[in-house]
Design a protein around this ligand. Structure first.
Ligand SMILES: [Zn+2]
Length: 91
């Protein structure tokens, strides 16, 4: 187990603590501005789904370009994931 020397908590607990803090701040800001906060499932494969045809394929984390094996669509990995998350929110 890795310890965070500054806070004395295991790194994994710090990560959960940070996630909850960000979620709490986003919830507050969305309420403030009258927006709806949609949180995708932790295991939603946003970077593995083709935003063009919906095909899903495994990708290594170091691969930055999404190239669909089904339709040939190519896009930056993060851009493709962002489009998928936008579509997820619109469902
Ligand atoms: Zn595709």
């Amino acid at each position: 187990m890795i310890k965070d020397f500054f806070h004395g908590l295991p790194v994994q607990m710090q990560s959960i603590k940070t996630k909850l803090k960000v979620q709490r701040q986003l919830t507050y800001k969305c309420e403030w501005y009258g927006s709806e906060l949609i949180i995708a499932d932790r295991f939603y494969p946003s970077s593995q789904i083709c935003s063009h045809c919906g095909h899903q394929q495994k990708m290594s984390l170091n691969v930055r370009l999404y190239e669909c094996n089904n339709c040939g669509f190519k896009a930056d990995r993060d851009f493709n994931a962002a489009v998928n998350l936008e579509n997820y929110a619109r469902q």
